[in-house]
Design a protein around this ligand. Sequence first.
Ligand code: ADP
Length: 914
Amino acid sequence: MDPALGPPDAMAEKRDELTPMMRQYHDLCARYDDALVLFQVGDFYETFCQAAERAARILEITLTSREDSTGEYPMAGIPIDNAESYVEELLEAGYRVAIADQVEEPGESPGVVERAVTRVITPGTLTEDELLAGDDNNFVAAIARDGDRLGLAVLDVSTGDFLATSSTASESIADEVSRFDPSEAVVGPDAPVDPFPERCMVTPFDARAFDRDRAGEKLSAYFRNPDALLATDAEIRACGALLAYAEYVRGGEHDGERGDDDADDEVEPRSGVDAALDSEAAETRLEYITQLARYDPREYLLLDAVALRSLELFEPRAVRGRDDATLVGVLDETASALGGRKLRDWLRRPLLDPDRIAARHDAVAELKGAVQRRERLHDRLRTVYDLERLIGRISRERANARDLRSLRDTLVVVPEIRDLLEDAECDRLRDLHGNLDPLADVRELIDDAIVADPPIEITEGGIIAEGYDEDLDELRGTARDGKQWIDDLEDEERQRTGIDSLKVGYNSVHGYYIEVTNPNLDSVPENYQRRQTLKNSERFVTPELKEREDLIVGAEERADRREYELFCDVRRTVADEVERVQGLADALATLDALVSLATVAAQYDYCRPELLDRDARDGLAIDVEGGRHPVVERTQESFVPNDARLTPGRRLAVITGPNMSGKSTYMRQVAQIVLLAQVGSFVPARSARLTPVDRIFTRVGASDDIAGGRSTFMVEMDELATILREADERSLVLLDEVGRGTSTADGLAIAQAITEHLHDEVGATTLFATHHHPLTELADDLAAAFALHFEVEQEDGEVVFHHEIAPGAATGSYGVEVATAAGVPESVVDRSRELVAEAAADAIDEGDEAEADRDPIEREPDVSATDADTAAPTTDGGDNPTDVATELRALDLAHLTPVEALTELDRLKRLLDE
Ligand code: ADP
């Protein structure tokens, strides 16, 4: 265990002898032993001992020490005012941070001031706006096992978004995890540990939280009938545990506990976890978690982590790629953070149900056509605050008066937005029109209660509007009258004393005073009492002035307290409306996302895709005319549109063409068009007719992998194995240059075997790009396969790419020409030409073309051809090569797994070498 966590050794040895404050620190460290405890001492958060040493190093702050009667302890502290940036650094360093605040004013009760952990800050449970991206969710996930089933729950603690699913295959849970890309995963004792992305913090949590009954009870505290909401026990375990964890990190529960501690020091302090597990403890409930959306992964287009990456949904593929070179980058014209998150959710989970998809298309079509209305909507939506996080803060009692005003400012525009949808025709927009509840009561309450431009602080007054509360108005009246009396005092006293320069003033130390300059001191009346002597004057008070002052101060203090009470009441009343606010937020978010899709469709000339009936056919049909790559077309001066036509009878396209001719752009654009259509978006094409796809698989260029510890070849084989195992006739598979991670012979063999398998056994719709010519023969051999190619031309010895797809296989490979274009020195290019010519003269089978990035003379046997012996590297005699050729011919590639093919090839090669 990390020595910076848990109670420091130096304190644990002598807990009972520690000073009360240090004992508090020790005990809090023991209770929150998976977090670094930041312990409030006045204006600082302090750490001690090992934690201090660690914090000092990470945060580059000074390590000091604190000495008391029991010893000397290393200490490092950060100012509370700037705590956020330090906390962020601690999180980045992999720590959870427990904030132990002073929860009473010093001197409020005898003895040491009470402290409690008010929240634990972890990467997945942030609620601080400053630490969160506005337009994206930040999820914490929990995974629980129940028999052979895994349950997954994901929660955004800042917004209350809460989803759950389950599956028997750990693979598919891993895919669901990658959809949500959680920054933290809470796991029980026997959950698998590998489905998490690298940047995800894995948090082991108390096994009891995952217990079926306890989890069920926890859920019951939130939802009336959790068994009806969820489908499996695995889901119940995951959801219940996640709620317990969310409560645990929220801390609190210090109320009423001190009595126990005082009464009996021997009692083990209750751990933070115990409190969160207690389903009776109503005060830890997170009121703004009101919805739980259980979903079946089969309702959505499945995109695993590999596909998410290679289709560039959220992250650019190129390491130095532009940030907006992603699907979400080109699609996001949302006006609000709410809409941004909704759009990302749609992209994460493209739909399968044609009706649901068509409902979105209808709305996009209507908004696309109504230019003015769309622009006005966008304009209004820009003023919408992040209602989900606002109501979350309000509900957690962390909102200030400005937050309430922000809510009110948003409610003000809701009627305008509603009006703009008054004449909406399609169901989706009509529904939204109905759901845009302007929450008039809430708005009125805030308007009546809270001043227009309130301060940030909520305890110092100036928040509650005049006329809202009689008591408050009276207190304010008293204060005002008192001040008026004092304002009048100067004139009165000048007249009474005849001192024209007499002044009434105020300072924070001495309060109100009457100032008389030295030359006039003789005229000071008897009832003046001296308070302060300055260089040129004296300051006095009178009993009447003091009395007024006390009255004013008393009234103001009471007014401030009253304001705070009233503010808390208003906040609670608003918090009671959490579900309505969330409903409104969802409607605004949906509208914003639809407006965004319509804006993109109009601006970039997208068309409405037509959905083909899923049940009418066996496989998929994709018919795109003039399709474009949504991301590449934005960065390219002119983009050449291309068609794509795939049907169950012509479902495997073998695409050839030299490097850089446009193969992978083409394949990706087909997949992205399918994906966009299922998101509900229009698509970059002249026309598109599509059957919804269940799943998109991708296996793209080996060079793109930055594999952690595994060879690129292993990664490739791993991905291919997944495709072969899981794809079916409802899948769209993209294979780009399969088999590059190994020698050409292996590569070709594997690529061919896989393609055949996909064709014969799987029946998936497949786009297969290669520049290995032998593979184009597959297009002739397999019934449902056909060839496409990118033609390039040579002009004056230079290659010209037209990026135009055409039927049939490519005639030349132009590898050498591409090398020239890429700036490979002329002498090398010339030598390559020589070698190509020699090779051709040797009349060997069509072989591998020269590649800019590989030795151009590396020639390997074409395993699908017959003359393996002539092309084999060691052809000088012996019977071996012939044996190998015979064996190769006999190989039934269609029925070999990739690994078997690999092993077999390895054996054959060895045979040759012998
Ligand atoms: P390949 O996969 O054949 O090596 P790419 O698909 O990576 O080729 O395309 C290479 C480059 O050519 C792309 O980065 C893009 O700039 C350009 N390109 C590809 N397709 C088109 C197109 N249809 N219109 C215009 N430019 C294109």
